[in-house]
Design a protein around this ligand. Structure first.
Ligand SMILES: Cc1cc2nc3c(=O)[nH]c(=O)nc-3n(C[C@H](O)[C@H](O)[C@H](O)COP(=O)(O)O)c2cc1C
Length: 182
């Protein structure tokens, strides 16, 4: 089984280091999973809890629901979770698509501890399935990417490989356990 994994970037910047990490993650996952890149973060409306949601919100919820797992890769801005990513997560809280969903987190920033800790707290609160093997904090990210946009730091490449291996195994176990219950 090749699990479908939705990849979400927490950055909308044109020269995004997060996007470069996510491109590497996509390549790393490809032999063992079906990565699907979510591209709607920048067009989501601000969260207002309206029951009549826009097609952008429906598309986000559907993309998460259809995925076997979700991998979020994000920078830290102003000691916190980027607003556009937090907005997307807020849109899923009442509808529950991330509940019991296998979730991996890569925070790639200059420092990143605050954002990394905050997101893990959020994931516990909404009962997403994540653990220490599926979370990774990459610090000094810009020094680990070369001028062509490729990750040049071998430890980082290895850590991403290990995370992807653990995440795919966790998803397969989760899918099999669900199938046994049903
Ligand atoms: C507006 C802004 C605020 C930032 N604030 C932080 C911060 O609080 N902590 C940190 O570790 N890095 C911070 N950074 C650095 C980013 O984490 C780093 O530049 C990262 O590579 C940005 O990712 P991106 O290119 O995908 O947007 C900030 C960067 C920007 C643009």
């Amino acid at each position: 089984m090749k699990p479908k994994i939705l990849l979400i970037s927490g950055s909308l910047r044109a020269t995004s280091s997060t996007q470069q990490v996510l491109t590497h993650v996509e390549k790393t996952l490809s032999p063992m999973a079906e990565p699907v890149v979510y591209e709607g973060l920048g067009t989501l409306p601000h969260f207002d809890d309206s029951p009549n949601v826009s097609q952008e919100v429906t598309a986000l919820r559907t993309a998460i629901a259809r995925a076997d797992g979700v991998l979020i890769c994000t920078p830290e801005y102003a000691f916190g979770v980027p607003g556009s990513l937090k907005n997307a997560i807020d849109w899923t809280v009442s509808s529950g698509e991330l509940v019991e969903k296998p979730l991996a987190l890569i925070t790639a920033a200059s420092q990143g501890e605050s954002c990394h800790a905050a997101l893990q707290k959020i994931f516990r609160a909404i009962s997403a399935k994540t653990n220490e093997n599926t979370t990774l904090l990459i610090q000094f990210i810009r020094s680990k990417i070369d001028s062509d946009g490729y990750i040049k730091d071998q430890n980082t490449i290895d850590s991403i490989q290990v995370l992807c291996n653990h995440f795919v195994s966790a998803i397969i176990e989760h899918v099999q356990a669900k199938a046994e219950v049903e």
